[in-house]
Write a protein that binds this ligand. Structure first.
Ligand code: ADP
Ligand code: MG
Ligand code: MG
Length: 898
């Protein structure tokens, strides 16, 4: 058995590792008895051996000889023959299809002698010279690395000299002259003659394919797609068939269903008298398959039959490359075709209805990423001649969707205008917590600074608000309320549009298509079907519904939402959330309540501080009561205040300036002076690692007491109203079991107090976040005090890597992804080896101590498809994510379970 070479008749579709995708599928088609031109595949094993030693293995040379001779005998032709030459194509084909790899070289085997033979054999001199000039052009470009423009320019000159525009209008004499010109180009650019010996052509082309695996372009692509660098590529050597043999020949591509819309029925493009990439290059107008039926009914019928066989065999949409040589059909490639998100859902359901696949398979063929694409409105496609869209800039897409509205440059105006019913886009140099109101009010957010983990990006994603960040080309002037870019000035109130999928920022109105799938997810099937504009949209909505319901029936993981307000909770519930995994209580200290927080901090004594707490109590109780009402019957995990207190106080610099200015004018404000002293006192160099979470709760005990009491009283109120509240109390940033024990003791005392006061039984579960490595490593001890764990994977990633999540994006992530230290941000997809290991340790240790410990995750990773797989595998009970991502998590949890 040959080691490095396999005949097409020896392999099958499951050998992609060894034969690459193209080779495996060529073998499969051969096995099925479809008309594939004979040939062989040089395996990825050979490529790996070449990469290891830097030399073509000696066995490979021998095996190629054997394979070529076998091919020659099979076809009764010889490579380089003067009368009846065998020609081959040399085609790259890795396991995963990879742009950036070397392209195909056709017509290998032609030289000054065999071109005559080809002319003789075909009876078509023009065809022979056209094939030869194509070989030199492709070989020059891909094997000898000569600038493609040199050949293209020479071709253009030849056409101009003839006064024609299409290459089919060049005759044999023109092409013969062109071959001479091309050879001259090869000589000039590579310093050598175009190789005349067919075997040398073949060997050079094979090595060029091997080498193209290691090019910078290919490496970059693999890094982005997370394809390992050591797989190597296969090389397919395939006997040539000719679509450029006159009007009864041609080449085409076909799909067994429409990969754009998912419509049933086959579909494709065919080009008469053409070779190779001519179809996709758009050099002449193509025919449809229906046209082909008119031109050549027999070949068309055979093609349709082959397509049907392939679809039945692969049980999926196939795309196909074929050539017709003088009326004879040849299949040159097939694969399971790529498709758009709507097509993926529709086709999966069609195949179920055709009894080709099961619902489980249908579920495995769609992804959370595809569902998320369907959730967003998008810019309606622009007509080609539409010049009304003025592109201001293209920046970083941070949160998808399309938004059109009036530009506003401060959060207050955003809120005010939105209240008047206007659509506004909040434009800021960067955002901070003060912008929150404006961000909620706006239909979209645009910032000049920051990356994908900037405040604007994270908050906008959490809210499902369209957002573009890091638009550095924009010059934003908040004082004059204008921004400038590319010679245009946008004033407050001017209409702009942003696309959070492409990062485009456009001046003026752009039509936006709302998402029918999102309508379905939020308001149910009936509403979405009633509003859908056409049958295809209805079909899509039904498909999403079917697959999502199957995911719900299949998944083991529960899906909760991160929601802070009753309004969010209602939305999360309608999107399918089965509980709240994280209610952040921070927002309850913002806005008008800031004054009360200031009073807590500034209080001269305990009594005064208690007054401030007393004023906050009814406000918090009200918040929690509403939240528990919205989540009636479902678990609602309330996290005690997490960030450092000074985040709720004025900015140190701003306040210093204010105090200094007042002092200059002789109008000292005593409160400001005290406040400034407090802000100074509380200022931390590294607040993320400072007085926050449980630490703050233990240092200012009244704060946690207040919150716990508010939760207990809200529970009592809901019970009194006949509700079914399931509040749970979650303690953030625990590193030691002692911290948790202290808070838990307080919580139990308060529960007993409130129970006695209100005459009801209150026994709320108390648990903690696991977001410090120490907590994970001592989870057995912590579990003694915790009824549940929730993995805060954002902080856990930050503290495990020692990366500040607020700074990394701008600082060095770009470089880290370019040089391969990271393939994806660990804040986006869980770092299984490091952070994931801590999760696993905590799961095991926690359950050792307390077998019925409830386990969940509430970091951003809870909504990330790949991370969900890991959380399922490690045995968590639920994932919790932003409401918008709940359907994605439901789908991915279903996929993880099959
Ligand atoms: P890609 O991976 O870019 O699709 P291919 O190896 O499929 O590259 O080759 C591109 C095109 O070249 C094919 O679609 C086909 O039209 C043409 N081609 C490749 N091999 C042959 C062959 N043996 N005979 C005729 N045409 C071929
Ligand atoms: Mg191809
Ligand atoms: Mg945290």
């Amino acid at each position: 058995m040959a080691r490095y070479v396999k005949d097409f008749s020896e392999g099958d579709k499951d050998q992609k590792d060894l034969l690459g995708g193209k080779g495996a599928n060529l073998a499969e088609m051969t096995r099925l008895g479809l008309p594939v031109p004979p040939g062989f595949t040089i395996t990825t094993e050979a490529c790996r051996a070449y990469m290891r030693s830097g030399e073509v293995p000696a066995e490979l040379r021998v095996e190629v000889t054997m394979a070529v001779r076998h091919l020659e005998d099979q076809l009764g032709r010889r490579l380089g023959d003067f009368h009846d030459p065998l020609l081959v194509s040399v085609r790259s084909g890795a396991k995963f299809s990879m742009p950036g790899m070397m392209e195909t070289v056709l017509n290998v085997g032609l030289n000054d002698a065999s071109v005559q033979g080809l002319a003789e054999l075909s009876g078509d001199e023009r065809f022979a010279w056209d094939s030869y000039r194509r070989l030199i052009q492709m070989f020059g470009r891909t094997v000898l690395d000569i600038d493609a423009d040199r050949f293209a320019d020479a071709l253009d000159k030849a056409k101009a000299a003839r006064g024609v525009t299409a290459d089919v209008d060049l005759d044999a004499t023109d092409l013969r002259a062109l071959v001479d010109t091309y050879k001259q180009i090869v000589r000039e650019e590579s310093g050598r003659e175009f190789p005349q010996h067919p075997r040398e052509q073949l060997d050079m082309a094979i090595v060029a394919v091997f080498d193209s695996w290691g090019t910078e372009r290919a490496r970059l692509y693999r890094r982005k797609e997370r394809i390992p660098d050591d797989l190597g590529t296969a090389v397919n050597v395939c006997s040539m068939v000719f679509g450029n043999l006159g009007p009864t020949s041609g080449t085409g591509v076909a799909f067994t269903r429409d990969p754009a819309s998912g419509r049933t029925g086959d579909y494709g493009d065919y080009l008469v008298n053409a070779q190779g990439e001519d179809v996709v290059a758009g050099i002449r107008n193509t025919l449809s398959l229906a046209d082909l039926e008119q031109v050549d009914p027999a070949a068309h019928a055979e093609l349709r039959q082959a397509m049907r066989r392939l679809e039945t065999h692969y049980r999926d949409l196939c795309d196909i490359e074929f050539t017709i040589e003088r009326g004879k059909l040849w299949m040159l490639q097939t694969r399971v075709g790529k498709r758009t998100a709507p097509a993926a859902f529709r086709i999966a359901c069609q195949l179920v209805d055709e009894h080709l696949i099961t619902m489980d398979e249908a579920l495995s063929r769609v992804t959370g990423a595809q569902l998320s694409q369907l959730q967003f409105p998008q810019f309606a496609p622009a007509a080609d001649d539409d010049e009304s869209r003025v592109l201001l800039t293209r920046a970083m897409p941070a949160s998808p969707g399309a938004a059109v509205g009036m530009a506003v440059f401060d959060p207050a105006t955003a809120e005010q205008w939105a209240a008047e019913g206007k659509d506004v886009i909040l434009v800021r140099r960067e955002t901070n917590p003060d912008d929150l109101g404006g961000m909620i009010a706006a239909v979209g957010v645009l910032t000049a600074r920051g990356g994908k983990t900037s405040h604007a990006a994270v908050v906008a994603r959490g809210m499902g608000r369209t957002c573009v960040v890091g638009a550095e080309e924009l010059v934003i002037d908040a004082t004059s309320r204008t921004m400038k870019a590319r010679g245009h000035t946008v004033h407050e109130g001017d209409i702009i549009a942003i696309d959070g999928t492409s990062g485009e920022v456009v001046l003026g109105d752009v039509p936006v298509m709302p998402s029918p799938v999102q309508r379905y997810l939020e308001d149910g099937l009936d509403v979405a079907l009633a509003e859908a504009p056409d049958d295809e949209t209805r079909d899509l909505v039904r498909a999403v519904d079917r697959i999502l319901r199957h995911a719900d029936a299949t998944r083991r993981l529960h899906v909760h939402a991160n929601a802070d307000t009753a309004e969010d909770a209602v939305r999360a519930r309608s999107l399918g959330a089965e509980g709240i995994g994280l209610c952040r209580t921070e927002h309850m200290f913002l806005g008008e309540r800031r004054v009360l927080v200031e009073r807590v901090v500034l209080a001269a004594d305990d009594a005064e501080q208690q007054k401030a707490f007393d004023a906050l109590l009814p406000l918090q109780r009200q918040d929690f009561t509403e939240l528990l009402e919205a989540m009636d019957g479902l678990p609602t995990t309330i996290r005690l205040i997490d960030p450092p207190l000074h985040e709720f106080l004025p900015d140190l610099t701003d306040l210093s300036v204010r105090v200094a200015l007042a002092a200059e004018r002789g109008k000292v404000d005593e409160d400001d002076v005290t406040l400034l002293a407090a802000v100074r006192r509380m200022h931390e160099a590294n607040p993320m690692l400072g007085l926050r979470g449980v630490r703050l709760g233990l240092v200012v005990p009244g704060l946690f007491d207040l919150q716990i009491r508010a939760v207990c009283e809200a529970v009592a109120a809901r019970l009194a109203a006949g509700g079914d509240p399931h509040a749970e109390i979650m303690v953030p940033l625990v590193g030691s079991v002692q911290e948790l024990r202290l808070v838990r003791d307080r919580a139990q005392a308060i529960m007993a107090d409130v129970a006695a006061e209100q005459g009801v039984a209150i026994d709320l579960p108390v648990g903690c976040m696991i977001e410090l490595p120490r907590a994970a490593l001592t989870a057995d001890r912590i579990a003694a005090q915790a009824q549940f764990f929730s993995f805060g994977t954002n902080d856990l990633t930050q503290t495990t890597w020692g990366f500040s999540r607020d700074d990394v994006e701008g600082a060095f992530f770009a470089q880290y992804t370019a040089n391969g230290v990271l393939s994806v941000s660990p804040f986006e997809t869980i770092d299984v080896r490091g952070v994931g290991q801590l999760v696993q340790i905590a799961v095991e240790k926690g359950r050792q101590t307390r077998p019925d410990l409830t386990l969940g995750v509430c970091g951003e990773h809870g909504g990330d498809p790949e991370s969900i797989r890991f959380f399922d595998a490690v045995g968590l009970d639920y994932v919790s994510c932003s409401p918008f991502r709940v359907p994605i998590a439901r789908l991915e949890a279903g996929r993880a379970a099959i």
